[in-house]
Design a protein around this ligand. Structure first.
Ligand code: DGL
Length: 278
């Protein structure tokens, strides 16, 4: 048993798809969330920049005395998966749990992956899926407009803007006849109804935020790190830019008022010590 909070970070709102699920399956856990809203998006940046940001995000969460760090960010999980080796607490990314869930869901072995440009460029999902079964056929596509759409609140299923964007991005994956589609960026589950409409009912959609939350629960239980029964859970949110914009979209997403629980921090005050990157 461990009363300390779980630390979760993302470039912005996307990691809340993991927080939503964490709260549903472990209501007694305390969660500290950091959304790097001042530097979102990560997915269009260089590997070195993403790794530097990820180290600073982790350093901030460590300052909050967390018992575990969850990178609820496909981009960080893809290009800084080794960050855990530098940390004094367990580290979990989205890649492994999401790839496993897709492998379990597919019937035909034809798996689609959508993610940020950095994630797709890294080939991380291709490698993770091939390690599970080399016979899988993987079709991937970056969707760089999805993160800004979500960050600006354009994710309602009846909104033509995300719908048209999704039709454009997903056309090759429909043509490839995938039976499973990994939403490899944690922002994308917010567009899940739109993606489901475009892909049609025969395609299993794998929500990386949800799978990561379930993996986090398994890890805490297996390592005796879960919160004691009866502990009052709670969430604190930190962002690196304006708190208002984040709070209003986040509360729609989480279905509760976040008034007073979103705080601003200066992420540049946190160290990015570690091996140099390009
Ligand atoms: N939620 C992040 C991910 O899972 C978005 C990255 C971005 O900011 O571009 O990749």
């Amino acid at each position: 048993m461990d009363t300390r909070p779980v630390g979760v970070f993302d470039s912005g709102l996307g990691g809340l798809t993991a927080v939503r699920q964490l709260t549903a399956c472990m209501p007694e856990e305390r969660i500290v969330y950091f959304g790097d809203t001042g530097r979102v998006p990560y997915g269009s940046r260089s590997r070195g920049t993403i790794r530097r940001y990820a180290r600073q995000d982790a350093a901030f969460l460590l300052s909050q005395d967390v018992k575990m760090i969850v990178a609820a960010c496909g981009t960080v999980s893809s290009v800084a998966a080794d960050l855990g080796q530098e940390l004094p607490v367990p580290f979990l990314g989205v890649l492994g749990p999401t790839a496993q869930a897709a492998a379990a869901a597919t019937r035909t072995g034809r798996i689609g992956v959508i993610g940020t440009t950095a994630t797709i460029r890294s080939g991380s999902y291709r490698r993770a899926l091939a390690a599970i079964d080399p016979a899988f056929q993987v079709f991937d596509r970056d969707c760089p407009l999805f993160v800004p759409l979500v960050e600006n609140g354009f994710f309602a299923p009846d909104d033509p803007i995300p719908r048209l964007t999704a039709e454009r991005y997903l056309a090759p994956l429909r043509e490839a006849d995938v039976d499973t589609l990994i939403l490899g960026c944690t922002h994308y589950p917010l567009l899940l109804p739109v993606v489901a409409q475009v892909m049609g009912p025969g395609v299993a959609l794998i929500d990386s935020g949800r799978e990561t939350a379930l993996a986090c629960r398994r890890f805490l239980q297996e390592h005796g790190l879960e919160a004691p029964a009866g502990q009052e859970g709670g969430r604190r949110f930190f962002v690196s830019d304006r708190t208002e914009g984040f709070a209003s979209i986040a509360q729609t997403l989480l279905g509760e008022s976040l008034e007073g629980s979103v705080e601003h921090i200066d992420i540049e005050n946190f160290p990015c010590a570690g091996a140099e990157d390009r």
